[in-house]
Unconditional design. Structure first.
Length: 94
């Protein structure tokens, strides 16, 4: 919660400890807010930027990719999804 507040607003929530502020700043450098307020993660090694869809949109993202790829397998769906999107547990969701 504190991390997302910082990423979207550029300031810390009231009552955030100094230790938490250090962790937030360290993590936030790999996140950015893109067009229309969408969150993106920046890969550390390659610098590639991938969208982090909100939880409620993740199934729709996978369904769209599944249809676009002529109903591919879970492994292929994961390979397609990881090119543009990121979320924890994405592999299991495919």
């Amino acid at each position: 919660m504190d991390l997302m507040y910082f990423v979207y607003n550029g300031e810390f929530m009231e009552g955030t400890t100094e230790d938490a502020k250090e962790r937030i700043v360290k993590t936030a450098r790999w996140l950015k807010v893109g067009a229309m307020g969408k969150l993106h993660v920046i890969e550390r090694r390659s610098g590639r930027i991938r969208e982090v869809p909100v939880i409620g949109d993740r199934d729709a993202v996978l369904r769209k990719l599944h249809r676009m790829s002529v109903y591919c397998s879970g492994d292929r769906l994961y390979r397609l999804a990881k090119n543009s999107y990121f979320w924890r547990g994405m592999r299991a969701d495919c």
